[in-house]
Design a protein around this ligand. Structure first.
Ligand SMILES: [Ca+2]
Ligand SMILES: [Ca+2]
Ligand SMILES: [Ca+2]
Length: 275
């Protein structure tokens, strides 16, 4: 018996172990309040040990900072610092969406997190394209022990005109967070549900809706703004309008060049192309 020294060789990776050893998670009491731990598992393993008096320090690789690159006439220029984005944490996904319907795209980063702690996504609100400011009290908290963040995406699941958030976690539950931003502002919206092209020769995928209202023009495309761990092709395109209360024009253009105009002036509703 005793501790399995053939498995628990310091610095040895699981794939380099000899054939036939019994990999797994081992915990053993050595003596005088000293315990020994060894984990040789193929997937990440999490657990909580209470009443720890002292433990060796862990070493971490310094995470790379998030970067925001602005497209300036086809050339990408880094604007991370000047736009107010500053955090250093491993992240797995980011989604760009207008969470408060003020007409400006905000950002939500999903951190990898720490398996032993609850973790919170990082939300930056876009202040009129001049600077991003972190939102502290967004209420998105993932409490699953052992979970790490993976994907995030947005959907207005209750069709009330604000974007709700779906989070995916490794070893944790997927969660849906309902957006209650309407309790904080009186911003308006218009939703455009894009169906397949009327001619039947183009699907909704990649179609673009353009809304003109109160001197502004917004565009949304049926597709995804996020990438890692998430693929969504939501054909409900939501536009935050800020204080604007009258639509001038809505057009939808499919990938085959087909275009229709949707006739409506009033806000705070969804309109749809025929299909
Ligand atoms: Ca916004
Ligand atoms: Ca909603
Ligand atoms: Ca809501």
């Amino acid at each position: 018996m005793g501790f399995p020294d053939d498995v628990c060789v310091e610095g040895q990776k699981i794939q380099d172990l000899p054939e036939g050893v019994n990999t797994g998670l081992y915990i053993g009491y050595v003596w005088n309040k000293v315990w020994r731990l060894c984990s040789q598992t193929r997937s990440a393993t999490a657990g909580v040990i209470n009443n720890v008096i002292d433990a060796p320090t862990s070493s971490y690789v310094k995470p790379l900072p998030a970067m925001l690159l602005e497209n300036q006439n086809g050339t990408f220029v880094e604007v991370t610092q000047t736009m107010g984005i500053h955090f250093e944490a491993p992240t797995t996904s980011v989604v760009a969406a207008d969470f408060n319907n003020d007409g400006w795209q905000d950002l939500l980063y999903m951190p990898y997190g720490n398996m032993a702690e609850i973790h919170k996504p990082i939300v930056y609100l876009n202040h009129q394209g001049e600077v991003f400011k972190q939102m502290a009290d967004h209420g998105i908290v993932i409490t699953d022990l052992g979970a790490t963040g993976s994907g995030v995406d947005v959907i207005d699941y209750d069709k009330d005109g604000d974007l709700d958030i779906v989070t995916a976690n490794e070893r944790g539950r997927w969660r849906l967070f309902e957006n209650h931003s309407d309790s904080r502002n009186a911003n308006h919206f218009i939703g455009v549900t894009v169906n397949d092209a009327p001619s039947g020769t183009a699907t909704k995928l990649g179609a673009k809706a353009t809304v003109s209202a109160c001197g502004n023009v917004w565009e949304r495309r049926v597709g995804d703004t996020s990438s890692a761990y998430a693929v969504a092709f939501n054909n409900d395109l939501l536009f935050g309008l800020g204080t604007c209360e009258k639509i001038d024009k809505i057009t939808v253009e499919w990938t085959n060049g087909e275009t229709v105009e949707l006739l409506t002036e009033t806000v705070d509703k969804y309109v749809a192309t025929k299909g």
